[in-house]
Design a protein around this ligand. Sequence first.
Ligand code: THU
Length: 157
Amino acid sequence: MTEKEINIRFREYSTIEELPEEDRELAHAAVEAMKGSYAPYSKFNVGAALRLSNGLIVKGANQENNAYPSGLCAERTAMFWAGANYPDEAMLSIAIAGGQGGQLEESPATPCGACRQVMAQYQMKSGRPMSVIMIGSRHIWKFDRVDDILPLIFDSI
Ligand code: THU
């Protein structure tokens, strides 16, 4: 038996203003995207902003439904829209902002497992790393690639 360890490196910032310029723009867009959230059931409002390789920023927000599983997270509304409308552009970076009643917690809301798997797929499709920026009111975390938030990604098919 060999014991192994997986280490994940990421950067922590304390304000959006501290981020490099392109990330700052994307982070502001994610906060702005929270306005499009439709979350009458959970009241947890999430916005996502995605930067494409053509420079375009695509926004998404969570959309809930009376038949619960019919709703969708902010990240996937953004990624699926981009995938459908710009199939040849790589998704280079995604920023996520969310919180109960539209209020960010100090530490970021983190993407669910299903959204991570979808990020992984688009990263694989383009062959270029997708960075992930999670925004809290006091802590902002930046991961350089999806592998860092989904170790041992399923990519066997
Ligand atoms: N949600 C997102 O939109 N993104 C996440 O990363 C986590 C959760 C949504 C789904 C649901 O509408 C609400 O937040 C509560 O789970």
